[in-house]
Design a protein around this ligand. Structure first.
Ligand code: PEP
Ligand code: MG
Length: 850
């Protein structure tokens, strides 16, 4: 028969009491650990989650038995003890047990002022938190005398029609009830759920003997910690305040002492050096045994030191990394545990500037947080204005309805990007992430007037070109004015953590990198190669755009060849540089993908400029632009379709890749380029392109006499390519899933327009998340699995990867790992996050376990 174990409604915390974080909360468990470490913790009783739940429902445990633990004249505090301290809980209430009789007795031992101050403090807390009276009526007086006490007691009885309770058992019962009910209230529940707590998270409570911090001999209270919460470096910080309780020493700086000797003022070390020495010892014991940097709350009462509580030091991301790494370096925790302690996304805070969290924010609009980091600058409404601003060293924020490839130069020149339209994989978002630029897209509600050069916010505030704003790409907020920033920190602790992560990791991480600058970043962040080099971005630089446009306007194959001959050395130079930077690591180059019309001008002035440079009438230029325009360009003549209808472009690119391979291999490690064909939907497309690329390789080999190797693969980004992966794999060395287009086509959802209604869809639960942001493992994921399985059926050793924007997130890495993929590729700035997330998956779920 199953034994039913009933927990006692409360437990005295002793070294052996049955107390766990999951039944009594983190504070109760921590206090037990401190007791086991022989620290002078006052007598404490822990109430379990169940007990507190019953209390909220009106079933009280017997107060007298609890209070008996604290002797004939109990004086106690009650503090919350939730499972995770970040979930919050009601504030502590001190001095329960203060009554008229106790006050009179204390006047003898402590003096009237001290006794009255204690009583008043309890009346205030009880009136506000238990009786729920107006806080203003119970402000603490400057002078805690008999008149002030009478006034407070009178105010209490006037407001409640009852005298202030004089039975400690009644006082305690009411305090416990109010705390239990506060926890179960809707606001508190929603707040903690926002911090990740489950809906049914429990609250424990601890009832602790008061260690007064008030007395005739030196008495007081304080808080001490041994590292700095913003750098993680060793430093004793905190304060001590004579004749005080709780956390007064840090709340009221007047009269508070520094802990160690300090040029700014008096310190506890000068007053009582022995106590500081003991506190430092306790800090060291906590660090070694609790394996964490703790903040200790203490009191001194007539020469006796008490440790009331210890909590994890509050820390920002930078300090969290430094603390975890230092604990591992000191042998306190294993390196794997340090890797597990850091939330991967927190690393983005270390890679980009952040708005100082302490600064007040004037939020004027918000949209989708598309690329992390924050930037302040003057508003510019065009790429040319961004470039002009950069030329004058004026930081700027490029504000556009949406960006197009032509805006790349403007984005390079800007400090941040804000668009009215778009979603997580729209042009602005993808490019900004690659460049590491803060970016907010899909800012619904703002109205841009390019003619008047104004931005109107949803509340009707108007900003004009030149006005200063700040974009926060981490929250999606747009703020008026400049904001104070915290700068990024890639220090030795960050590097050590990621080195340990790489030791544990069992899936490759590459970077999406389009230019030599991106490749340098990819190396800097220790990507294991480039998983996607979008070559078209190389054509948007000034000198090339003109040649590109000439190529598009060429009327004869000869004219086209001659413009491609001009582009060839430029492409070759790009590839040589990228190969040299990557030093033998794999580089996957995607052949030209976008529709040609993206390279053509759209406004009148640019059409005129182009007509001039081509020496053609403007009507011819306009006609050609119209001819190339498509109803649905993302599903039109792009990717491999262009490769088949205008094959000379891919021929030129293949030649540039092979010639660069030969050149880069001369000076460094042998390069084995990977060439990827985009937007494939049929086997025959691969066959046709492969035949031509093999022919170019043979020609380059014959001309140069050089030996080189290469791998040709397919970007799987149409649903049909997934379904037909078995026959496509026959001609491919690898399949790389482009989950941006695949998501777009699986849902029939435009990457560039979905931002307009995505928040409605997510808010109403139609989609759990934005599928361009979080991989849809059900639908798109099924296609990935199917493609992988069918591809492997005909080509068991085929290399599999994901190179869409989802690549860097923990959920998609987990999915790809489970499916046995070889690597994921993501924007360079995302690489450290992906390395850490992949390591945590490997440590928490080793492949052999599955
Ligand atoms: C994709 O479609 O997933 C992809 C990586 O390519 P792009 O974003 O350039 O279309
Ligand atoms: Mg694509």
């Amino acid at each position: 028969m199953q034994k039913i174990v009933t927990l006692k409604p409360y437990a005295l915390i002793t070294p052996t009491a049955s107390i766990t974080t999951g039944t009594h909360g983190g504070r109760a468990k921590c206090l037990q650990r401190l007791i086991r470490l022989d620290m002078p913790v006052p007598t404490t009783v822990a109430l379990s989650f169940d007990t507190v739940h019953h209390i909220a429902a009106g079933q009280m445990p017997d107060m007298d038995t609890i209070l008996k633990v604290f002797g004939p004249d109990p004086l106690v505090s009650v503090r919350p003890s939730s499972e995770d301290p970040d979930w919050g809980g009601p504030g502590a209430i001190l001095n329960i047990g203060m009554t008229a009789a106790r006050h009179a007795a204390m006047c003898e031992t402590l003096g009237e002022a001290a006794a009255t101050a204690l009583y008043l403090r309890f009346i205030q807390a009880y009136a506000i938190h238990v009786a729920r009276l107006d806080p203003e009526m119970f402000d603490l007086p400057v002078k805690p005398d008999a008149a002030a006490l009478d006034h407070a007691l009178f105010a209490y009885s006037e407001e409640t029609d009852e005298a202030f309770p004089q039975d400690p058992a009644v006082q305690l019962a009411e305090v416990l009830r109010s705390m239990a009910r506060a926890w179960e209230g809707t606001t508190a529940r929603l707040l903690r759920q926002a911090k990740g707590a489950p809906a049914d998270a429990g609250l424990g409570l601890v009832v602790q003997q008061m260690a007064l911090g008030v007395g005739l001999v030196e008495s007081g209270s304080g808080v001490i910690q041994f590292v700095d919460g913003s750098t993680g470096l060793p430093q004793i910080t905190g304060r001590y305040l004579s004749q005080s309780q709780g956390r007064d020493a840090i709340a009221e700086t007047d009269g508070a002492l520094y802990l160690t000797r300090d040029p700014r003022g008096r310190s506890l070390e000068e007053l009582c050096p022995d106590w500081i020495a003991r506190l430092v010892d306790y800090g060291q014991i906590c660090r070694d045994k609790l394996r964490e940097e703790m903040q200790i709350e203490f009191t001194l009462e007539a020469g006796a030191l008490s440790i009331l509580d210890a909590v994890r030091v509050q820390r920002n991301s930078r300090a969290a990394v430094r603390i975890a790494v230092t604990l591992a370096e000191d042998g306190v925790i294993p390196t794997d545990e340090a890797v597990m302690r850091i939330e991967p996304l927190a690393l983005t805070e270390l890679l980009h500037p952040q708005i100082d969290p302490a600064a007040p924010r004037d939020v004027v609009a918000s949209g989708i947080a598309a690329s992390p980091g924050a930037a302040t600058g003057r508003i510019v409404f065009s790429s040319s204005a961004a470039q002009a601003s950069a030329a004058q060293d004026q930081p700027c924020i490029l504000v556009r309805r949406e960006t197009t490839p032509e805006d790349i130069r403007g984005m390079h020149a800007a400090q941040g990007v804000l668009t009215e339209r778009g979603g997580m994989t729209s042009h602005a978002a993808v490019i900004a992430r690659g460049l590491g630029l803060p970016c907010v897209v899909g800012t619904s509600g703002i109205t841009l007037s390019h003619r008047k050069k104004t931005l109107m916010t949803p509340q009707g505030r108007s900003f004009k070109e030149g006005d200063v704003i700040t974009v926060d790409g981490a929250t999606g907020e747009v703020l008026a004015g400049a904001m104070p920033m915290l700068q990024p920190a890639l220090d030795d602790a960050f590097r050590s953590l990621l080195t340990w992560a790489d030791r544990a990791r069992d899936i490759g991480i590459r970077a999406n990198a389009d230019t030599p600058e991106d490749a340098r970043l990819a190396r800097h962040f220790k990507a294991q190669g480039i998983g996607l080099c979008r070559t078209e971005h190389m054509f948007f630089q000034d000198d090339r755009l003109t040649v590109m446009r000439e190529m598009i306007f060429a009327n004869t194959p000869e004219d086209r060849q001659s413009t491609l001959d001009q582009l060839l050395p430029m492409q070759r130079r790009d590839f040589v540089e990228v190969f040299e930077i990557m030093q033998g690591l794999p580089v996957c180059i995607r052949l030209f993908d976008p529709p040609l019309h993206e390279f053509l001008p759209s406004d009148r002035q640019e059409l005129r400029d182009l007509a001039e440079s081509l020496d053609k009438p403007i009507a011819d230029v306009t006609r050609r632009v119209e001819q190339l325009s498509e109803f649905n360009p993302m599903l039109g003549l792009r990717g491999v379709r262009l490769g088949i209808t205008v094959p000379e472009i891919y021929d030129m690119q293949a030649r540039a890749i092979f010639e660069a391979t030969i050149e880069a291999s001369k000076n460094g490690d042998a390069v084995v380029p990977e060439i990827m064909i985009p937007l494939v939907s049929a086997r025959r497309e691969v066959e046709l392109v492969k035949t031509r690329i093999d022919a170019v390789a043979a020609a380059v080999h014959n001309e140069s006499g050089a030996e080189f190797d290469y791998r040709l693969g397919v970007m799987v980004e149409t649903p049909r390519a997934c379904l037909r992966a078995d026959e496509i794999a026959l001609h491919s060395a690898f399949l790389s899933f482009g989950t941006n287009d695949l998501t777009q086509m699986t849902y029939g959802l435009s990457r560039d327009d979905a931002g307009r209604f995505m928040s409605d869809y997510v808010n109403q639960g139609v989609y759990r998340e934005d599928p361009f942001h979080t991989l849809d493992t059900d639908g798109v994921g099924e296609l990935l699995m199917l493609g992988a399985e069918r591809g492997r059926k005909t080509a068991p050793d085929i290399m599999l990867s994901v190179c869409g924007e989802h690549g860097g997130s923990a959920e998609s890495i987990s999915f790809c790992r489970d499916a046995g993929f070889d690597y994921v590729s993501c924007s360079p700035y995302r690489v450290p996050v992906a390395r850490l997330a992949a390591a945590q998956l490997a440590l928490s779920r080793p492949l052999t376990d599955r």
